[in-house]
Write a protein that binds this ligand. Structure first.
Ligand SMILES: [Zn+2]
Ligand SMILES: [Zn+2]
Length: 183
């Protein structure tokens, strides 16, 4: 499935849904691979995954003219290196988002040029503009994955980290620097 969506193939007020799985959709796999820098399989733990559910509808009204609404749900399990000791830390992203795409010709208008969200279809949505009649789903999903990824993964609350002098992993004992300190 291509990540560029041509909006003219949607008729107005006909919602469509898509369920995307990274096992089947190449561009979703690319997003996952960027996120999961460890890329190891952990057989006895929960499986890695990235699934996205999208509800799409094209609408038109006197305020926005032709516009496109996407409501999405991202469900992701991945591993990231612990910021203290670099061991794999299991991370989850579970997030809902809503995006409204307006005509690119409005992007630099006084009304919209400084906005990043907009009230549309009964709720606050992220504001985007569609260029040449296309919506980039990869860009949209990638942005919400990265906005919601844990910036400080820690593999365990009790992680003692690495010695800053010799790099010894203090979860497995004490190096000479830490032995001296304790006396
Ligand atoms: Zn750790
Ligand atoms: Zn040390």
């Amino acid at each position: 499935m291509d990540h560029l969506l041509k909006i003219h193939r949607f008729s107005f007020n006909h919602p469509e849904s898509m369920n995307l799985d990274f096992e089947e959709v190449d561009w979703l796999k690319e997003i996952f691979n960027d996120l999961d820098s460890i890329r190891e399989k952990f057989p006895d733990q929960e499986k890695d995954m990235l699934q996205v559910e999208l509800q799409l509808v094209r609408k038109t009204n006197s305020t926005f003219n032709d516009h496109f609404i996407i409501r999405g749900k991202i469900n992701c399990h991945y591993y990231a290196p612990c910021i203290r000791c670099l061991a794999p830390s299991k991370e989850t992203i579970n997030v809902d988002f809503a995006a409204c795409y307006l005509l690119a010709s409005l992007e630099n208008s006084e009304e919209y040029k400084d906005l990043s969200d907009i009230y549309c279809d009964g709720e606050e949505m992220d504001l985007y503009f569609f260029d040449k009649g296309k919506i980039d789903l990869k860009e949209l999903v990638n942005e919400h994955v990265h906005l919601n990824a844990n910036p400080h993964p820690v593999h365990s609350e009790n992680c003692k980290g690495l010695c800053s002098l010799c790099g010894f992993n203090l979860n497995f004992g004490k190096c000479i620097h830490h032995r001296i300190e304790k006396k």
